[in-house]
Design a protein around this ligand. Sequence first.
Ligand code: B12
Ligand code: SF4
Ligand code: SF4
Length: 374
Amino acid sequence: MDSAAAVLTAHVKAVARAVGFDQVGVAPAAEPARFAQFEAALLAGRHAEMSWLARPDTVAARRDPAQLLPGARSLICVAVHHRPTAPPAAGPRLAAYAQVQDYHDLLAPRLEALAAELRRLGGYARWCVDGGPVMEVAHAARAGLGWIGKHTLLLNREQGSWMHLAVVLTSLDLESDEPQPDRCGSCTRCLEACPTQAFAAPYVLDAGRCLSYLTIEHRGATPPKLREQAGPWAFGCDVCQAVCPWSRGAGLGSDAGLATGLAEELAGLDEAGFRQRYRGTPLTRPKRRGLLRNLCVALGNLGDRRAEPLLVRLLDDAEPLVRAHAAWALGRLGGGIGRAALSRALGTEEDAAVRLEIEAALGREDAAAAAGTA
Ligand code: B12
Ligand code: SF4
Ligand code: SF4
C-alpha cells in the first residue's frame, strides 16, 4: 500500500474517532472468513425463525460486500463501547444494552457523518448497523478490533465484548489492519454458563435456544422446556458476555431499576401507548405482548408471590400470548390467589392454547400440593 493510501486511512480513522466511535479498523471488502460455517449454520437451521438471514439476496450480500455497494474496496469497521457499570437490580432482568438509547439510533448520525466525509473525499459510501446483510463480527475481527470468542461475539483485551459494531462500505482504497490473535485459549466459561445450553459447540450458537432470540426475535410462546431456564431474563441476556474473564469483573448488566415496575406499567398500556412510551429504546422490538410474555416468565421464575395480583390481572389481558404466560407464571408461583384466579379463568377462557396453559398450571399446582410444597 502506498503512502497516499496510508495518509488517507489515517485521516478516515481520525474522522471516525472524532464523530464518536471508540474503535475503528479497516478490512478489505471481501468474503468474510469462514463464510462456509455461516452457510452450514443456515443449512442446519440454527437461525431458527430468522428467515431474513437465509434469504438468497442477503446471503449473497453477506458473502460479497460489493453486492451492497458496487465497487466497494474497503470496509471501515467501527465499535462503540457500552460496559455495564452498576450491579443489577432485583427483579426481571434486561440486557445491558437495552437500558439506554437504542444503539441503532445512536450510531446512525455518526455513521452518516463518516460516510459524508468519504463522499467528500471522492468515494462512494454506504453504512450498515446490525440489520444490514453484512457479517459485522467477522469483518470487525479481520479489521483488528478484537477476536471472535467461543460465544461467537467479538471481544478484545480492553473491553471484553461490551460493544456494538457497525460497518461503512466505501469504494476508497484504504490500508487494512492486522487481525488479533484468538485469546480464548482453553477457557470455556461462556459455553458452560449459558442458562439454556445454546452452544452446539465452541463458535456455534443454536439461536433457537438463545434467550436473546427467544425474548427479542421470537414471536410465539416461549418453549415450555426453556421457560424455567430463562430465569429472570425478560429482554436479551448478558450471561455469556458477563462470565468472560476479558469482561474484567463487570457486573451481570445493570438495569438501573428500569425493569422494576415495567410489567405493572405495561399492563396498563395498549400497544400504541407502549410504542409511544418506549419509542427510541430497543424494548419495542418484541412488541408489548412479547415483552409481557417475557416478564411473566421472569416473574414466575423469580418466585416472589407479591407478583400474583399483577399476574392475575394479566390473566384478563386482551392478548392470548400474555394470558397464557401469566397462567404459566401463576402455576409456577403456586400461591392461593393465583390458584383461585386460574380456576375462575378456566370457566371463561375461550382460547384453546390459553386453556391448555391454565390446565397445565393447575395440574402443576396439584402436583406441588401433593408434594407439600404449595
Ligand atoms: C442474528 C443475530 C443474532 C441472533 C443470532 C446470534 C449469532 N451468534 O448468530 C441472536 C438473536 C441470538 C443474537 C443474540 C445476541 N446478539 Co446479535 N446479531 C445478530 C446479527 C444481526 C447477525 C449475526 C449472524 O449473522 N449470525 C449467524 C451466525 C451463523 O453467524 P456467525 O456466528 O457470525 O458466523 C460466523 C461464525 O460462525 C464464524 N465461525 C465459525 N466457526 C468459527 C471458528 C472460529 C475459530 C472462529 C474465530 C469463527 C468461526 O464464522 C461465521 C462466518 O463468519 C448481528 C449483526 C450483523 N449484521 O452481523 C448481531 C450481533 C452479532 N449481535 C450482537 C449482540 C450484542 C447480541 C447479544 C449480546 C444481545 C444480548 N445482550 O442479548 C446476543 C448474544 C448471543 C450470542 N452469544 O451470540 C452484536 C455483537 C457485538 C459483538 N461484540 O460482537 C451484533 C454484531 C450487533 C451489533 N451491531 O452490535 N444476535
Ligand atoms: S445470550 Fe444468554 S442464552 Fe444466549 S448464548 Fe449467551 S448466555 Fe446463552
Ligand atoms: S468466556 Fe472464555 S471462551 Fe468464552 S469468549 Fe471469553 S475467553 Fe473466550
